[in-house]
Design a protein around this ligand. Structure first.
Ligand code: MN
Length: 193
């Protein structure tokens, strides 16, 4: 049985970028809904009691409903952990890898912003690490997720409209820009291989 994780920050910690009102819906309704529907969907099946990443891997391309719910539970939990009240500078460890693979922190941010902005429809923008350790920027559609693939998620931004519409209406670019004031760089570094 999966449980909705608490937000790792106070509900008003991200305001005005993301308001407590947005979080009340995004975490308290959307994410909570994925968790309760996932529990219902796997109740009494062979997937009940399995780890979330195993459920995602087992349902990918086999059971769209379970995959969507499990992947959205993972993606949202990962997203909350990608955020902090006040972003600190990235540590030397992750900065070195970013400079190696994108040439500079600004170049990485530009690439991530362009990816998040150009993504058509609902989805996610990610910093991921491939099996060789190389960092890449990537977007995924709907509930698609790098977890349980050969790409390791490091950082993510939810670009579904429910993530920003109350605070920014259709201005996704403004939402993306504000993300950098709340990036949990320490958490991102912990995800590195
Ligand atoms: Mn969302």
């Amino acid at each position: 049985m999966f449980i909705l994780p608490d937000l790792p920050f106070a509900p008003d910690a991200l305001a005005p970028w993301t308001s407590a009102a947005t979080l009340a819906f995004h975490h308290g309704k959307h994410h909570a809904g994925y968790v309760s529907k996932l529990n219902e969907a796997i109740d009494g099946t062979e997937l009940e009691g399995e780890a979330l990443e195993e459920i995602i891997a087992a349902s990918r391309e086999r059971n769209q409903k379970v995959f969507n719910l499990a992947a959205q539970h993972f993606n949202h939990s990962f997203f909350w952990n990608s955020l902090v009240a006040d972003a600190q500078a990235p540590s030397d460890t992750i900065l070195k890898l970013i400079v190696r693979d994108f040439t500079s922190l600004d170049a990485f941010r530009d690439q991530f912003n362009a990816c998040a902005l150009a993504h058509f429809g609902s989805g996610w923008a990610w910093l991921v690490q491939d099996a060789t350790g190389k960092l890449l920027v990537k977007d995924t559609h709907d509930a698609q997720t790098p977890v349980a693939t050969d790409l390791r998620p490091i950082l993510t931004l939810d670009v579904w409209e429910h993530a920003y519409y109350l605070d920014h209406q259709n201005d996704r670019a403004r939402f993306i820009k504000g993300f950098w004031d709340h990036v949990n760089w320490a958490g991102a570094a912990e995800q590195l291989i």
